[in-house]
Structures are given as C-alpha cells and as structure tokens.
Design a binder for this molecule. Structure first.
Ligand SMILES: [Zn+2]
Ligand SMILES: [Zn+2]
Length: 333
C-alpha cells in the first residue's frame, strides 16, 4: 500500500509499504495533519524516529473485521489514537489523559490502511454516521474538551483565546457553542479575518497593555476571567496571568518543553486568586463527547478544515501548514 513516510527532518516520501497484518483493518479516507506531526516534520520528535508514518486524526471504512466484534466490512468509523488503561492511580483520579499505560494504535494513518489490535476495537473504535473530513477533528476537539474540564467556568465567564491556529479556533467555536462570550487575540491578519467572519471578535496582540488600550470598552484588562494560551510561547503565559480578571484562570494548552521556565506574577496568584492550569491530550470520555459535539455541530466545526490534499501531495500540505496559510489540512489517501 502507499504511505507517506517521514524519512527525516523536512523529508516526507510516498512509498510502498507492507499492508498491516491485523484482523481488523480500516481503509483510511482522511487524516488531519496535527501540530505534533508538523513539529516532527520540522524539528524531529523523540517519539517518532524516522522512518515512520505519522498521522493520528483519521476516519475511514472497515475493510476487514473479526466476526462478532461489533463491526462489519463497510462500516464507517473514527478511531481514538490512544486510550487510557482505566485502572492505574492516575486514571482512578480521573486524569486518564495522563495514564502511563496508554494503549496506542500502532503506526500512523498517513497511508491507505491501518490495522487495529483486536483488544483495542471495543475501546477505541467508534461508529460514525457518514463519511466526512469533519471526523478528523474528533481527536483535536477531545483535547480541547480536556482543557475545558480544567476551567472553573461560571455562568458569567468570558473567555479570551490567545492564538487562532486550529486549536485556538476550536476553543473559540466551543466557547461560543456553550454560550460563553469569547474573543480571540491573534497576530496574523488572515487568521483574524477568518475568526471575525465566523462572528467571533478577533484582536491584534501587542502586549497586555496594548490589548487594554485597544479596548474601546471591550477587550479590557480584567474583563476576561478565562485565558487560553494556544500558542507555545511562555511569555504569553506570564503576560496573561497579569491580564486575566480576579479569580480567573489561565490555561496553558500549548506544550512547552521541560527546560522552559514560566515567570509567574506572584501578586496575581496570591492577591487576585488567579489560577494557572494546564492540559495535555484527552481521555476516552472527552473523545466520546467530542464525537457527539461534532455530529451535532458538523457545519460549524467544518470551518476549521480549510484544505485537503491527496496523500501524494503530503509534503506540499506540510509546507503550507508551516506557512500559517491553512488552518487544518486533511490528507486523503
Ligand atoms: Zn492531534
Ligand atoms: Zn491508566
């Protein structure tokens, strides 16, 4: 079968690779390019040493299934790329996204077929209603829902999303779907225009004071009690801890490496009771909730997908994503 193989930094090649040998085979119809895939392509990743097939946000058709597994050939499905064990201490504390015994789908989905281990079918494979690229968003939306769960949302909450990449955009749409007033701060004019065209306020950043002066009574310091940092720049965390309202919460959603130190404004944490939270990945209940949200608001979430490319033009798609021109790109084998 054809696969887009990551063969080294800035290298992706379409190659013929052996088909998976599993009893449960999914014919991939679409797979989204995730920030992690892009980072791997640009800088390498300790979890993916080349040669490797990347891609984990996929949906497709069951091609082959063992009898009695609940699926038949031809069924439309989406797959959770990993599932928590459900039994370890961390899982018992309700933080399944941090489980150390996660079960992963073996191999990536930037290829024609993915094999699923028989003991993973019940846990990680889900029926979907139709074949649509929007299902590639279930996993990223699941990660956003995990972030949501960390927030102490009140009926009066107002949210500010920092960064309008695909994850920031998903946060913005989700806040709106939940009836929470939301605005977005984003330096790229193109991305601001896109967000604004959805009827969501989008502002140019320039430091918290600048945002304050832009306010015209709307984006004022202390107005937002929720700030989502959806850009991997530690300076933004320091900045928005000062910016967020008293008793508010700043969520570090974007990943920062272990050697990065974030400067904390002690006054805000102690005297203003601002909380700093983080979130990483998803647990299965987030994946299930994301799937129902996608099915309920298909058209709304489809806005996140701006492009699709055939698998053989994968490298071009990665370059386009790196340029910031696209939001979410789906590769179709
Ligand atoms: Zn992802
Ligand atoms: Zn666990």
């Amino acid at each position: 079968m054809k696969a887009l193989v990551y063969t080294g930094i800035k290298q992706l090649e379409l190659k013929d690779v052996p088909e998976p040998s599993s009893d449960f085979i999914i014919k991939v119809l679409g797979c989204g390019i995730c920030g992690t895939d892009l980072k791997t392509y640009q800088k390498g990743h300790h979890l993916f040493s080349p040669p490797a097939i990347l891609g984990h946000e996929f949906y497709g058709l069951v091609e082959k299934a063992p009898i009695g597994c609940g699926y038949l050939a031809g069924d439309k499905v989406v797959v959770a790329p990993y599932a928590e064990c459900g039994f370890c201490d961390v899982c018992m504390r309700g933080a399944g996204s941090l489980c150390a015994n996660k079960h992963y789908v073996e191999g990536g989905a930037f290829c024609e077929k993915v094999g699923i281990a028989s003991d993973y079918i019940e846990q990680g494979v889900f029926h979907i209603k139709e074949l649509d690229d929007v299902y590639t968003l279930v996993e990223p939306l699941a990660c956003v829902l995990n972030g949501f769960e960390q927030l102490d949302l009140k009926p009066t909450s107002r949210a500010l999303v920092v960064g309008a990449g695909p994850m920031g955009a998903l946060f913005a749409l989700l806040f709106r779907a939940k009836g929470i007033p939301v605005a977005v701060v984003e330096p790229s004019a193109q991305r601001r225009e896109r967000i604004a065209s959805w009827g969501i306020e989008a502002f140019e950043p320039g430091g918290a004071d600048h945002v304050e002066s832009l306010s015209a009574g709307r984006v004022e310091k202390g107005i937002y009690d929720i700030a989502i940092i959806a850009v991997n720049k530690k300076e933004l965390v320091s900045e928005y801890i000062k910016f967020v309202a008293d008793a508010g919460t700043v969520l570090m959603f974007s990943g920062l490496s272990s050697d990065e130190i974030v400067a904390i404004d002690a006054y805000s944490i102690h005297y203003r009771q601002v909380s700093l939270k983080g979130s990483f990945g998803y647990a299965l209940h987030h994946f299930k909730e994301a799937l129902s949200l996608i099915e309920a608001h298909k058209e709304m979430f489809s806005k996140i997908i701006t492009h699709n490319f055939p698998l053989e033009r994968g490298k071009e798609a990665f370059e386009m994503l790196a340029s910031g021109e696209a939001l979410k790109i789906v590769l179709r084998p």
